[in-house]
Design a protein around this ligand. Structure first.
Ligand code: FES
Length: 136
């Protein structure tokens, strides 16, 4: 079973651990790491990374969720996360999605995750970034 996981922090970022590869929208590899902290409030000055701005903007989200689209993990390998221009984080590869309390909210092989802070279905993207004219 894969050890990749994305943990959704209460009122805070996404903690990505395991074999993580971070890519720009054009496919450029930005970082390979076993531990990345990615912004999901939309306010970091160092996107896609969290810089602590979620505290100053008083971002609120419980970090508790149930993934209605949870699926069995297929295979092993890296979790590739692509930062879409003005949009979501697209995570591809075997992963567990963890709630803030550490419980498993779901398992996936692909997930679109909110990074603008406005989704009504956090941690997943619901395309609110378009209505909010999120830019990055
Ligand atoms: S979640 Fe930390 S700066 Fe956005």
């Amino acid at each position: 079973m894969s050890n990749n996981s994305i943990k959704v922090r209460t009122n805070g970022p996404l903690l990505c651990t395991g074999e993580i590869e971070l890519y720009a929208a054009d496919g450029t590899l930005l970082e390979k790491s076993d531990d990345l902290v990615l912004c999901r409030c939309g306010h970091s000055q160092n996107k896609p990374f969290c810089d602590g701005s979620h505290r100053t903007v008083a971002f609120e989200d419980s970090g508790e969720f149930q993934d209605a689209k949870s699926e069995p993990i297929a295979g092993e390998g890296a979790l590739k996360i692509t930062v879409r221009t003005n949009g979501m984080l697209v995570a591809q590869g075997p992963m567990s999605l963890l709630c803030a309390d550490g419980g498993v909210g779901g398992t996936r092989n692909k997930a679109a995750l909110c990074r603008c802070g406005h989704s009504a279905n956090k941690p997943f993207c619901d395309l609110s970034h378009k209505a909010q004219a999120f830019t990055d």
